[in-house]
Design a protein around this ligand. Structure first.
Ligand code: FAD
Length: 396
């Protein structure tokens, strides 16, 4: 094998939002950074149909502002929402959150993955990150002082003192480094689509629990909604097979007509839902971030928010003495300490929530409804819930 030509400070693998944010943050600190992505460079233009959408909280938007990309994102069909309504099909109660009540301008933003990734890519280009789109690594040499990556035919691709695995839930880098993962299959899928509704969404995110299913309507800038419908595998298969008319009627039923008739729908896609948590966040000079480290049920829209919190912690940890060796054991241990317990807490909390709402035991639905009503009536409890869920308890 030939030796890699240059030793970078940081090499990020994966140009999802988490990888892009880490590479940009590290480059802004004056470090020598590269990024390798197996697909073409992400792009976005306003004539593209809406595909995947995430909700970002205050903490994530604050971090994107620090990186200098928030404004560019906001003009690319991002939409701030000011209300959230959560309720249970079997109970009498609703929880309603309002931005005004919490003293903030917005509870969250619906953002298209493609827009966020494209904005980060453009900013990385401008910040001098060495970008390798449509490039896959094949083998890796993990040495005490650096990591070398090689492409097909043992061609040297890049070397770095720190390699960040931001390569998604199936993370080939995580596997290569032998980091084990605890998996929790939910035997469920998230069916997603974009829909138009007879009634306006009123800048509100709507979420209804119906037995073992959860339906969420996320408000978009053009007045339509992106839906995420979590369903057991066999039900999701039936939903995907429905004709458009039957799908619209099923959506009206499951959402209890909260936004009136569904007047239009896009094609549907489904994502398998599996909870995962890596047993460790680093091995040698390779560190995990975002979905490579953890995946979570989408019911609270936290997956990418946790990933961007990883990105912020990793970038913050590269200040000061860490600049001399970003892949040093002490740096990676501090990052793991900062993020693993926090992510583990969220994974467990969401799993508890999902089990509680998915349970069919006698009396439980009524208790759930009562709990929802009590939380809505109990100012301090509701406030604490909201601060955590909307990222208001961390620096925005
Ligand atoms: C239905 C659904 C709804 C969701 N809703 C929300 C929400 O509302 N809010 C929220 O915060 N989160 C949400 N999430 C979670 C969120 O989408 C993910 O957490 C987030 O997109 C993960 O980002 P990432 O950058 O870590 O990984 P990814 O976006 O998966 O990026 C990984 C990148 O690595 C690249 N890659 C992989 N292997 C290689 C390789 N060998 N070489 C080079 N490149 C490679 C891939 O091509 C990709 O570009 C949702 C998830 C689902 C399934």
């Amino acid at each position: 094998m030939t030796r890699a030509p240059e030793v970078l400070d940081v090499l990020v693998v994966g140009a999802g939002a988490v990888g892009g944010a880490i590479a940009l943050g590290a480059a802004r600190q004056g470090l020598k950074v590269g990024l390798l992505e197996q697909d073409e460079a992400p792009r976005f233009d306003a004539s593209m149909p809406v595909t995947r959408v995430v909700t970002l909280n205050q903490a994530s938007m604050g971090f994107l502002a620090e990186l200098g990309v928030r404004e560019a994102l906001e003009v690319r069909r991002a939409h701030a929402f000011s209300g959230m309504t959560v309720w249970d099909a079997h109970g009498p109660g609703h929880i309603r959150f309002e931005a005004d009540e919490l003293g903030v301008p917005a509870l969250g933003w619906t953002v298209e993955n493609a827009a966020l990734e494209a904005v980060l890519w453009g900013a990385m280009e401008a910040a001098g990150v060495q970008l390798w789109p449509a490039t896959r690594w094949h083998t890796l040499d993990s040495r005490p002082e650096r990591v070398d990556l090689y492409g097909a035919g043992a061609r040297a691709l890049a070397s770095a003192r720190l390699v960040v695995a931001a390569d998604g839930a199936h993370s080939p880098l995580r596997r290569r480094m032998g980091i084990a993962v605890a998996e929790q299959p939910y035997f469920a899928r998230g069916v997603v689509a974009t829909v138009a509704t007879a009634q306006p969404h009123r800048d509100t995110a709507w979420q209804r629990f119906v037995d073992d299913q959860v339906i969420a309507f996320l408000p978009l800038a053009d007045g339509r909604c992106s839906i995420v419908w979590s369903q057991p595998d066999h039900v999701a298969e039936e939903t995907l097979a429905l004709g458009d008319d039957a799908f619209r009627r099923a959506l009206e039923r499951v959402s209890d007509g909260c936004l009136g008739a569904i007047t239009e729908t896009s094609p549907r896609f489904a994502f398998p839902l599996i909870g995962r948590h890596a047993r460790d966040y680093h091995a040698g000079r390779v560190v995990l971030a975002g979905d490579a480290a953890h995946t979570i049920h989408p019911l609270a829209g936290q997956g990418l928010n946790l990933g961007l919190a990883d990105a912020r912690a990793l970038v913050d940890g590269l200040h000061g003495p860490a600049r001399r060796d970003p892949g040093a054991e002490t740096v990676l241990r501090a990052y793991t300490r900062a993020r693993r317990a926090e992510n583990g807490f969220m994974l467990h909390a969401m799993d508890g929530f999902r089990r509680l709402f998915g349970a069919r035991l006698a009396g439980l639905p009524e208790l759930r409804g009562l709990g929802v009503r009590l939380v809505d009536g109990a100012g301090p409890v509701k406030r604490r819930l909201a601060l955590r869920a909307f990222g208001l308890d961390r620096g925005a």
